[in-house]
Design a protein around this ligand. Structure first.
Ligand code: ADP
Ligand code: MG
Length: 327
Protein backbone atom coordinates (compact mmCIF):
# COMPACT_ATOMS: atom_id res chain seq x y z
CA UNK A 1 0.00 0.00 0.00
CA UNK A 2 1.19 3.53 -0.69
CA UNK A 3 1.73 5.74 2.38
CA UNK A 4 -1.48 7.65 1.62
CA UNK A 5 -3.64 4.53 1.52
CA UNK A 6 -2.03 2.88 4.53
CA UNK A 7 -2.55 6.11 6.48
CA UNK A 8 -6.24 6.17 5.54
CA UNK A 9 -6.62 2.46 6.28
CA UNK A 10 -4.87 2.75 9.63
CA UNK A 11 -6.61 5.79 11.03
CA UNK A 12 -9.89 6.27 9.17
CA UNK A 13 -11.24 2.84 8.30
CA UNK A 14 -12.57 0.54 10.97
CA UNK A 15 -13.66 -3.05 10.55
CA UNK A 16 -16.33 -2.81 13.19
CA UNK A 17 -18.02 0.46 12.45
CA UNK A 18 -21.22 1.83 13.86
CA UNK A 19 -24.16 -0.03 12.32
CA UNK A 20 -26.31 2.50 10.54
CA UNK A 21 -29.66 1.53 9.07
CA UNK A 22 -29.75 2.44 5.40
CA UNK A 23 -25.98 2.50 4.80
CA UNK A 24 -25.63 0.33 1.68
CA UNK A 25 -21.96 0.92 0.76
CA UNK A 26 -19.74 2.13 3.64
CA UNK A 27 -16.34 3.87 3.61
CA UNK A 28 -13.71 2.49 1.24
CA UNK A 29 -15.35 2.73 -2.16
CA UNK A 30 -15.40 5.65 -4.60
CA UNK A 31 -18.47 6.89 -2.81
CA UNK A 32 -20.73 5.81 0.02
CA UNK A 33 -24.28 4.73 -0.78
CA UNK A 34 -27.08 5.73 1.57
CA UNK A 35 -30.66 4.63 1.24
CA UNK A 36 -33.18 7.44 1.69
CA UNK A 37 -35.33 6.74 4.73
CA UNK A 38 -39.11 7.06 4.34
CA UNK A 39 -40.79 10.12 5.86
CA UNK A 40 -37.54 11.84 6.73
CA UNK A 41 -35.36 14.56 5.24
CA UNK A 42 -31.58 14.80 5.29
CA UNK A 43 -29.87 17.80 6.91
CA UNK A 44 -26.32 18.46 5.63
CA UNK A 45 -23.73 20.80 7.15
CA UNK A 46 -20.01 21.47 6.66
CA UNK A 47 -17.37 23.32 8.70
CA UNK A 48 -13.63 23.82 8.33
CA UNK A 49 -11.02 24.28 11.05
CA UNK A 50 -7.74 25.88 9.95
CA UNK A 51 -4.58 25.65 12.07
CA UNK A 52 -3.54 29.04 13.40
CA UNK A 53 -7.04 30.36 12.82
CA UNK A 54 -9.42 28.02 14.65
CA UNK A 55 -6.89 26.24 16.82
CA UNK A 56 -3.25 26.71 17.87
CA UNK A 57 -0.70 24.86 15.70
CA UNK A 58 0.41 22.82 18.73
CA UNK A 59 -3.13 22.09 19.96
CA UNK A 60 -3.85 18.63 21.34
CA UNK A 61 -4.71 16.53 18.23
CA UNK A 62 -7.38 14.59 20.12
CA UNK A 63 -9.10 17.91 20.93
CA UNK A 64 -8.90 18.91 17.25
CA UNK A 65 -10.51 15.61 16.21
CA UNK A 66 -13.26 16.12 18.77
CA UNK A 67 -13.88 19.75 17.92
CA UNK A 68 -13.88 19.30 14.13
CA UNK A 69 -16.80 16.88 14.49
CA UNK A 70 -18.44 18.69 17.43
CA UNK A 71 -18.86 22.02 15.63
CA UNK A 72 -20.60 20.18 12.79
CA UNK A 73 -22.84 18.14 15.09
CA UNK A 74 -23.75 21.44 16.75
CA UNK A 75 -25.14 22.61 13.40
CA UNK A 76 -27.25 19.45 13.19
CA UNK A 77 -28.45 20.04 16.77
CA UNK A 78 -29.53 23.56 15.81
CA UNK A 79 -31.61 22.04 12.97
CA UNK A 80 -33.17 19.44 15.28
CA UNK A 81 -31.50 16.61 13.33
CA UNK A 82 -30.37 13.20 14.50
CA UNK A 83 -26.75 12.73 13.28
CA UNK A 84 -26.02 9.75 11.02
CA UNK A 85 -22.93 10.21 8.86
CA UNK A 86 -19.73 12.23 8.58
CA UNK A 87 -17.15 12.82 5.85
CA UNK A 88 -13.66 14.03 6.71
CA UNK A 89 -11.35 16.03 4.43
CA UNK A 90 -7.94 16.22 6.03
CA UNK A 91 -5.02 18.31 4.79
CA UNK A 92 -1.83 17.43 6.66
CA UNK A 93 1.67 18.96 6.50
CA UNK A 94 3.10 15.44 7.11
CA UNK A 95 2.02 11.94 8.18
CA UNK A 96 2.82 12.22 11.91
CA UNK A 97 1.62 8.93 13.39
CA UNK A 98 1.24 10.25 16.95
CA UNK A 99 -0.82 13.20 15.70
CA UNK A 100 -2.96 10.98 13.48
CA UNK A 101 -3.71 8.35 16.10
CA UNK A 102 -4.66 11.01 18.66
CA UNK A 103 -6.74 12.94 16.14
CA UNK A 104 -8.51 9.80 15.00
CA UNK A 105 -9.19 8.73 18.63
CA UNK A 106 -10.70 12.13 19.47
CA UNK A 107 -12.84 12.09 16.34
CA UNK A 108 -14.10 8.53 16.76
CA UNK A 109 -14.82 8.89 20.49
CA UNK A 110 -17.31 11.65 19.74
CA UNK A 111 -18.60 9.88 16.61
CA UNK A 112 -19.32 6.73 18.65
CA UNK A 113 -21.06 8.74 21.35
CA UNK A 114 -23.61 9.97 18.80
CA UNK A 115 -23.62 6.85 16.57
CA UNK A 116 -22.09 8.79 13.68
CA UNK A 117 -20.63 6.67 10.88
CA UNK A 118 -17.53 8.01 9.04
CA UNK A 119 -18.47 7.08 5.48
CA UNK A 120 -15.73 8.79 3.49
CA UNK A 121 -13.24 11.54 3.15
CA UNK A 122 -10.15 12.81 1.45
CA UNK A 123 -6.54 13.05 2.56
CA UNK A 124 -4.09 15.52 1.07
CA UNK A 125 -0.76 17.12 1.92
CA UNK A 126 -0.63 20.84 2.73
CA UNK A 127 -1.19 23.32 5.59
CA UNK A 128 -3.11 21.64 8.45
CA UNK A 129 -6.83 22.00 7.72
CA UNK A 130 -9.73 19.83 8.83
CA UNK A 131 -13.08 19.91 7.01
CA UNK A 132 -15.98 17.78 8.19
CA UNK A 133 -19.34 17.27 6.51
CA UNK A 134 -22.19 15.76 8.50
CA UNK A 135 -25.54 14.33 7.51
CA UNK A 136 -28.50 13.86 9.83
CA UNK A 137 -32.21 13.08 9.70
CA UNK A 138 -35.33 15.00 10.64
CA UNK A 139 -38.96 13.97 10.09
CA UNK A 140 -40.24 15.62 6.90
CA UNK A 141 -41.11 19.24 7.63
CA UNK A 142 -39.68 18.97 11.15
CA UNK A 143 -36.35 20.82 10.85
CA UNK A 144 -35.75 23.79 13.14
CA UNK A 145 -34.67 26.96 11.32
CA UNK A 146 -33.69 30.54 12.10
CA UNK A 147 -36.85 31.96 10.60
CA UNK A 148 -39.86 31.10 12.78
CA UNK A 149 -39.53 33.43 15.80
CA UNK A 150 -42.66 35.53 16.55
CA UNK A 151 -43.14 38.58 18.81
CA UNK A 152 -43.96 37.40 22.34
CA UNK A 153 -41.89 34.20 22.10
CA UNK A 154 -39.41 33.62 24.92
CA UNK A 155 -35.69 33.32 24.13
CA UNK A 156 -33.56 30.64 25.74
CA UNK A 157 -29.96 29.44 25.67
CA UNK A 158 -28.53 26.11 26.78
CA UNK A 159 -25.55 25.84 29.13
CA UNK A 160 -23.43 28.95 29.73
CA UNK A 161 -22.16 31.59 27.34
CA UNK A 162 -18.75 33.27 27.24
CA UNK A 163 -16.89 30.43 28.97
CA UNK A 164 -14.99 29.33 25.84
CA UNK A 165 -14.34 32.99 25.00
CA UNK A 166 -12.76 33.62 28.40
CA UNK A 167 -10.55 30.53 28.05
CA UNK A 168 -9.33 31.88 24.70
CA UNK A 169 -8.64 35.32 26.18
CA UNK A 170 -6.50 33.69 28.88
CA UNK A 171 -4.59 31.54 26.34
CA UNK A 172 -3.96 34.64 24.22
CA UNK A 173 -2.56 36.45 27.27
CA UNK A 174 -5.27 39.11 27.35
CA UNK A 175 -6.71 38.05 30.73
CA UNK A 176 -4.78 36.71 33.74
CA UNK A 177 -6.24 33.71 35.54
CA UNK A 178 -4.57 30.89 37.47
CA UNK A 179 -3.94 27.54 35.79
CA UNK A 180 -6.62 26.00 38.02
CA UNK A 181 -9.13 28.58 36.89
CA UNK A 182 -8.20 28.10 33.24
CA UNK A 183 -8.68 24.34 33.69
CA UNK A 184 -12.31 25.01 34.69
CA UNK A 185 -12.97 26.92 31.47
CA UNK A 186 -10.91 25.20 28.79
CA UNK A 187 -13.11 22.11 28.21
CA UNK A 188 -15.73 24.50 26.78
CA UNK A 189 -13.16 25.81 24.30
CA UNK A 190 -11.46 22.55 23.36
CA UNK A 191 -14.22 19.96 23.73
CA UNK A 192 -17.62 21.51 23.15
CA UNK A 193 -20.54 19.09 23.67
CA UNK A 194 -22.99 19.26 20.78
CA UNK A 195 -26.54 19.68 22.16
CA UNK A 196 -28.01 16.90 20.03
CA UNK A 197 -30.61 15.56 22.46
CA UNK A 198 -31.83 19.09 23.14
CA UNK A 199 -32.14 19.89 19.42
CA UNK A 200 -34.18 16.74 18.82
CA UNK A 201 -36.39 17.45 21.85
CA UNK A 202 -37.04 20.99 20.58
CA UNK A 203 -38.36 19.90 17.14
CA UNK A 204 -42.01 20.39 18.05
CA UNK A 205 -41.43 23.12 20.61
CA UNK A 206 -39.04 25.81 19.34
CA UNK A 207 -40.19 28.39 16.79
CA UNK A 208 -36.57 29.09 15.77
CA UNK A 209 -33.13 27.83 16.73
CA UNK A 210 -29.44 28.56 16.04
CA UNK A 211 -26.19 27.35 17.54
CA UNK A 212 -23.92 29.98 19.06
CA UNK A 213 -20.64 29.79 17.20
CA UNK A 214 -19.89 33.49 16.66
CA UNK A 215 -21.27 34.94 19.90
CA UNK A 216 -24.82 35.30 21.26
CA UNK A 217 -25.41 38.81 19.86
CA UNK A 218 -24.26 37.93 16.34
CA UNK A 219 -26.09 34.59 16.20
CA UNK A 220 -29.28 35.91 17.76
CA UNK A 221 -28.92 38.66 15.15
CA UNK A 222 -29.35 35.97 12.46
CA UNK A 223 -32.66 34.90 14.03
CA UNK A 224 -33.77 38.57 14.09
CA UNK A 225 -32.93 38.98 10.45
CA UNK A 226 -34.44 35.75 9.19
CA UNK A 227 -37.54 35.94 11.39
CA UNK A 228 -38.01 39.71 10.84
CA UNK A 229 -38.37 40.41 14.54
CA UNK A 230 -36.48 42.16 17.37
CA UNK A 231 -35.34 40.90 20.76
CA UNK A 232 -34.99 42.20 24.30
CA UNK A 233 -32.27 40.40 26.26
CA UNK A 234 -32.25 40.70 30.06
CA UNK A 235 -28.57 40.87 30.95
CA UNK A 236 -29.17 39.74 34.55
CA UNK A 237 -30.65 36.48 33.24
CA UNK A 238 -27.63 35.42 31.14
CA UNK A 239 -26.23 32.09 32.37
CA UNK A 240 -22.57 32.81 33.14
CA UNK A 241 -19.73 30.84 34.67
CA UNK A 242 -18.66 32.57 37.88
CA UNK A 243 -15.30 33.50 36.32
CA UNK A 244 -17.07 35.09 33.35
CA UNK A 245 -19.38 36.98 35.71
CA UNK A 246 -16.31 38.15 37.63
CA UNK A 247 -14.83 39.55 34.38
CA UNK A 248 -18.06 41.40 33.62
CA UNK A 249 -18.12 42.89 37.13
CA UNK A 250 -14.43 43.86 37.01
CA UNK A 251 -14.46 45.40 33.53
CA UNK A 252 -18.04 46.62 33.42
CA UNK A 253 -18.20 45.23 29.87
CA UNK A 254 -20.64 42.64 28.57
CA UNK A 255 -18.57 42.00 25.48
CA UNK A 256 -17.29 38.62 26.74
CA UNK A 257 -20.62 36.79 27.15
CA UNK A 258 -22.35 38.61 24.28
CA UNK A 259 -19.75 38.66 21.54
CA UNK A 260 -17.15 35.96 22.03
CA UNK A 261 -17.53 32.83 19.93
CA UNK A 262 -17.01 29.10 20.30
CA UNK A 263 -19.80 28.42 22.83
CA UNK A 264 -21.68 25.91 20.65
CA UNK A 265 -24.74 26.25 22.85
CA UNK A 266 -28.22 26.46 21.34
CA UNK A 267 -30.20 29.71 21.31
CA UNK A 268 -33.89 29.13 20.59
CA UNK A 269 -37.29 30.78 20.82
CA UNK A 270 -40.47 29.21 22.22
CA UNK A 271 -44.07 30.47 21.90
CA UNK A 272 -45.81 31.04 25.26
CA UNK A 273 -48.28 28.27 24.45
CA UNK A 274 -45.39 25.77 24.32
CA UNK A 275 -43.75 26.87 27.60
CA UNK A 276 -45.02 23.88 29.58
CA UNK A 277 -44.02 21.49 26.78
CA UNK A 278 -40.52 22.93 27.09
CA UNK A 279 -40.48 22.23 30.82
CA UNK A 280 -41.54 18.64 30.12
CA UNK A 281 -39.03 18.15 27.33
CA UNK A 282 -36.10 17.72 29.68
CA UNK A 283 -37.65 14.58 31.14
CA UNK A 284 -37.70 13.09 27.64
CA UNK A 285 -33.95 13.50 27.20
CA UNK A 286 -31.50 10.66 27.62
CA UNK A 287 -31.21 9.72 31.32
CA UNK A 288 -28.06 11.13 32.85
CA UNK A 289 -27.71 13.91 30.32
CA UNK A 290 -30.03 16.71 31.33
CA UNK A 291 -29.30 19.91 29.44
CA UNK A 292 -29.54 23.11 31.45
CA UNK A 293 -31.32 25.95 29.71
CA UNK A 294 -32.18 29.49 30.76
CA UNK A 295 -34.74 32.04 29.65
CA UNK A 296 -32.84 35.19 28.66
CA UNK A 297 -35.42 37.45 27.03
CA UNK A 298 -38.35 38.03 24.71
CA UNK A 299 -38.91 38.38 20.97
CA UNK A 300 -40.33 41.82 20.05
CA UNK A 301 -41.95 43.35 16.97
CA UNK A 302 -39.16 45.96 16.63
CA UNK A 303 -37.69 44.45 13.46
CA UNK A 304 -33.89 44.19 13.58
CA UNK A 305 -33.55 45.77 17.06
CA UNK A 306 -31.53 43.75 19.57
CA UNK A 307 -31.76 45.46 22.96
CA UNK A 308 -29.70 44.37 25.97
CA UNK A 309 -31.50 45.53 29.11
CA UNK A 310 -30.00 46.07 32.55
CA UNK A 311 -31.96 45.53 35.75
CA UNK A 312 -33.07 49.20 35.82
CA UNK A 313 -34.56 48.90 32.32
CA UNK A 314 -31.82 50.92 30.57
CA UNK A 315 -30.14 49.30 27.58
CA UNK A 316 -26.44 49.04 26.79
CA UNK A 317 -25.06 49.58 23.29
CA UNK A 318 -24.01 46.31 21.75
CA UNK A 319 -22.01 45.60 18.65
CA UNK A 320 -23.56 42.46 17.24
CA UNK A 321 -20.71 41.61 14.90
CA UNK A 322 -19.34 38.18 15.63
CA UNK A 323 -16.06 36.91 14.35
CA UNK A 324 -15.74 37.73 10.63
CA UNK A 325 -12.99 36.02 8.62
CA UNK A 326 -12.86 38.78 6.00
CA UNK A 327 -13.16 41.82 8.25
P1 ADP B 1 -10.84 8.46 -4.50
O1 ADP B 1 -9.49 8.62 -5.11
O2 ADP B 1 -11.71 7.48 -5.17
O3 ADP B 1 -11.51 9.77 -4.22
P2 ADP B 1 -9.40 8.18 -2.06
O4 ADP B 1 -8.17 7.51 -2.52
O5 ADP B 1 -9.34 9.65 -1.82
O6 ADP B 1 -10.58 7.82 -3.06
O7 ADP B 1 -9.89 7.48 -0.72
C1 ADP B 1 -10.05 6.09 -0.63
C2 ADP B 1 -11.17 5.77 0.32
O8 ADP B 1 -10.84 6.23 1.63
C3 ADP B 1 -12.49 6.44 -0.05
O9 ADP B 1 -13.54 5.57 0.30
C4 ADP B 1 -12.51 7.68 0.83
O10 ADP B 1 -13.83 8.08 1.12
C5 ADP B 1 -11.78 7.18 2.07
N1 ADP B 1 -11.02 8.26 2.76
C6 ADP B 1 -9.99 8.98 2.28
N2 ADP B 1 -9.53 9.86 3.19
C7 ADP B 1 -10.30 9.70 4.27
C8 ADP B 1 -10.36 10.35 5.57
N3 ADP B 1 -9.52 11.31 5.92
N4 ADP B 1 -11.31 9.93 6.43
C9 ADP B 1 -12.18 8.97 6.08
N5 ADP B 1 -12.18 8.32 4.92
C10 ADP B 1 -11.26 8.69 4.01
MG1 MG C 1 -12.46 7.32 -6.90
Amino acid sequence: MTPEFSLIAQYFHRDKDVKTKGLIVPNGDDGAVIESLPDSSTVVAIDTLVAGRHFFHDANPSDIGHKALAVNLSDLAAMGATPRYALLALTLPNADSFWLSEFSAGFYALADKFAVNLIGGDTTQGPLTVTVTVLGDVPNGGALTRSGAMPGDSIYVTGEIGTAGLALQVLQGNVNLSDDELALLSPNLHRPEPRISMGVALRDIASSCIDISDGLAADLGHILERSEVGTDIELDCLPLHKLVRQQVVETGRWHLPLSSGDDYELCFTVPTAKASALADCLSGLRPGSPVPFTRIGTVTDKVGVLRCLQADGSSIPIIANGYDHFE
